[in-house]
Design a protein around this ligand. Structure first.
Ligand SMILES: Nc1ncnc2c1ncn2[C@@H]1O[C@H](COP(=O)(O)OP(=O)(O)OP(=O)(O)O)[C@@H](O)[C@H]1O
Ligand SMILES: [Mg+2]
Length: 239
């Protein structure tokens, strides 16, 4: 199995607080890896390290066999795209927002933008102002903006938080289809264990900055090794 990321002894500290402490984690090429865990566990912090937005305090991130020590080449950064927990959209049309992903990479907006709008079901809203959309529509714009550049790695931070079941279903379908069609590696952060079960090949539980358990999805749910995983998947973990 090809590894896209290999993390070892990875730590992130803010002041005196250790927010992340990951002994080892591999993300495999082409998989959907779900990261679940309570609020404050360090999930978004890990995603910022995977997106090279922040360097680790110590430890190693190997990305496609390249060890990255602070200096991440632009070509490498461009392979990885994130949809953030609270996506920021331009005060412009839906189409302009999706085209922006391409423009950032010096590429022209073309029929890829229209194809992507169709894929996420927003073609009829192409000329609407993005900041006037519903939450579900905005999340689909953010996803379309990320996918239009066809990234090697897609990092999703709670892409369906606060959405209704219809929009959750749409977004899950778009992610699944893109992963299958393009072989995009996906790291999905979610509070929702059912979403992890529906989408992921493997699931990791994070608590207090540490990975409690990483398993293939069936084993994670049916045969968890750690009692905290068992409690989490049964919905009995109080946090
Ligand atoms: N830039 C920062 N400076 C100081 N502390 C931070 C910083 N970013 C995050 N933290 C702290 O690190 C901890 C983990 O935050 P993080 O956002 O990674 O959690 P999370 O698992 O994504 O939570 P949620 O599910 O609520 O989004 C929190 O206690 C947070 O306050
Ligand atoms: Mg978060």
């Amino acid at each position: 199995m090809d590894a896209v990321y290999q993390l070892s002894d990875l730590r992130k500290e803010y002041g005196a607080r250790t927010i992340l402490d990951i002994a080892a984690l591999e993300i495999h090429a082409g998989e959907i890896f779900a990261l679940v865990g309570p609020s404050g566990a360090g999930k978004s912090t890990l995603l910022r390290l995977l997106n090279f937005l922040e360097p680790p305090s110590s430890g190693r991130i190997v990305y496609r066999a390249q060890t990255l020590n602070g200096n991440v080449p632009i070509e490498t950064r461009r392979q990885v795209t994130t949809v953030f927990q609270r996506p920021v959209l331009l005060r412009a049309t839906v189409r302009a927002n999706v085209a922006y992903g391409l423009a950032l990479r010096g590429e022209r907006a073309d029929r890829r933008v229209d194809e992507m709008l169709e894929r996420v079901g927003l073609q009829s809203l192409a000329h609407a102002f993005a900041h006037k959309l519903s939450g579900g529509e905005m999340q689909r714009v953010a996803l379309a903006r990320a996918l239009v550049i066809d990234p090697q790695v897609l990092l999703l931070d709670e892409p369906t938080a606060n959405l209704d079941p219809y929009n959750v279903g749409l977004i899950e379908q778009i992610v699944r289809e893109h992963n299958r069609a393009r072989g995009t590696t996906v790291v999905l952060i979610t509070h929702n264990v059912f979403q992890a079960k529906r989408l992921a090949n493997r699931v990791g539980l994070m608590l207090g900055g540490r990975l409690v358990e990483v398993q293939a999805t069936p084993a994670f749910f049916d045969a968890p090794r750690d009692p905290r995983t068992a409690a989490f998947v049964r919905g009995e973990m109080v946090y």
